[in-house]
Design a protein around this ligand. Structure first.
Ligand SMILES: C[S@@+](CC[C@H](N)C(=O)[O-])C[C@H]1O[C@@H](n2cnc3c(N)ncnc32)[C@H](O)[C@@H]1O
Length: 266
C-alpha cells in the first residue's frame, strides 16, 4: 500500500488533513515530505501504526492525543492524555502577560499541564520561570516540552503555590481547572478524553481559583501580578474574589470575559 492509497482510504472516514497528520506522525514526516512521497510503499509496520491511529480518531479521541502534538503560540508541544490539550484562549492569556513580565522577574505558572504557558513565557521573555502541578504525569510531559524547546523552566510538584514563600514572586499566571463537577455542558470529546484533574474544580467550579487567589496574595511581592483564566459566566464571581486587587478583565476572541490581570495592592 502506498502513502496515497492509505490517505485515500483514511480520508473516506475522517477529514483528509487529519489523516495526513496521523501519517506524518507515524512516519516522522513533515507535510512537504508527505506530499513528495505519495507513491512510496508503506511498510506493514507503518500501515499497522497508521491504522491504529485512525481507529483511535474514529473512536473520538482528540487528534492532538493521537498524533501527540498541539501547536501553542507558534511552537509544537508534545501532549499525552495526562495533560489538557492547550487551548487558544490560553494563548491569549499568555500573550497578555508577556508585556507585564519584566527581565529578571520570578514568574510562576500554576497548573502547568503540558508546560505551554511556562515554556512560552521563558522563551519569549527573559524571566526566571517556575511551574507547578499536582500531577507527576503532567510534569513529565512539561519537562519533555521544556527540554525539546530548549526553555529554562524549573518544575515543582506542588499544590497551587504552597511551595513558595511569602513575598517571593513577581507574577503568577495560571489556568487551573474551573469546571463544576458534573457540569452537563462539557463536550463529549473533552469529558471522555481529557484528564478530569485538569477540568473539574469542585461543586462550584471556582474552588481552585479561589484557593489560588488566596495563596497568590501571600506569595506575591507588593504590586505583583496575578493573571488567570476562568470559565464562561464566571467573571462576576472572579471579580468578587478579587475585590481587594486592581483588576483588569480581558475578553476572548468571541468577546466573552475569560481572563483577568490583577495587581496586588500593597
Ligand atoms: C486546565 S489544566 C491547564 C494546563 C495548562 N496550564 C494549559 O493551560 O494548557 C489545569 C492543570 O492544573 C493542574 N492542577 C489541578 N489542581 C491543581 C492544584 N491544586 N495545584 C497545582 N496544579 C493543579 C492539573 O493537573 C492540570 O495539569
Amino acid at each position: 500500500m502506498t502513502v496515497s492509497d492509505w490517505l485515500e482510504s483514511a480520508a473516506a472516514k475522517i477529514p483528509r488533513p487529519e489523516a495526513r497528520q496521523i501519517l506524518e506522525s507515524v512516519l516522522g514526516f513533515s507535510r512537504e515530505d508527505l506530499v513528495s512521497t505519495g507513491r512510496r510503499d508503506l511498510s506493514n509496520d507503518d500501515v499497522g501504526k497508521a491504522d491504529a491511529g485512525l481507529a483511535r480518531r474514529i473512536q473520538g479521541e482528540p487528534l492532538a492525543y493521537v498524533v501527540g502534538n498541539k501547536e501553542f503560540y507558534g511552537r509544537d508541544f508534545f501532549v499525552t492524555n495526562a495533560v489538557l490539550i492547550p487551548r487558544p484562549e490560553t494563548e491569549l492569556l499568555t500573550e497578555a502577560v508577556l508585556p507585564i513580565a519584566q527581565p529578571g522577574w520570578t514568574c510562576v505558572d500554576v497548573g502547568t499541564g503540558s508546560g505551554c504557558i511556562a515554556v512560552t513565557l521563558a522563551l519569549e521573555n527573559d524571566v526566571r520561570c517556575l511551574a507547578t502541578d499536582t500531577s507527576s504525569a503532567a510534569l513529565e510531559v512539561a519537562v519533555t516540552n521544556a527540554d525539546k524547546l530548549n526553555a529554562s523552566v524549573r518544575f515543582l510538584q506542588s499544590d497551587i503555590l504552597r511551595a513558595f514563600q511569602k513575598n517571593a514572586v513577581n507574577l503568577v499566571v495560571s489556568n487551573l481547572p474551573y469546571i463544576a463537577d458534573g457540569d452537563p455542558r462539557v463536550e463529549t470529546s473533552v469529558k471522555d478524553w481529557e484528564p478530569p484533574s485538569s477540568l473539574y474544580a469542585g461543586a462550584t467550579g471556582l474552588e481552585a481559583i479561589s484557593e489560588l487567589i488566596e495563596q497568590a496574595a501571600h506569595v506575591l511581592k507588593p504590586n505583583g501580578w496575578l493573571a488567570l483564566e476562568f470559565g464562561i459566566g464566571q467573571a462576576d464571581a472572579v471579580r468578587r474574589l478579587l475585590e481587594n486587587w486592581n483588576v483588569e478583565m480581558r475578553r476572548d476572541l468571541a468577546g466573552i470575559e475569560r481572563f483577568v490581570l490583577a495587581q496586588a495592592t500593597s
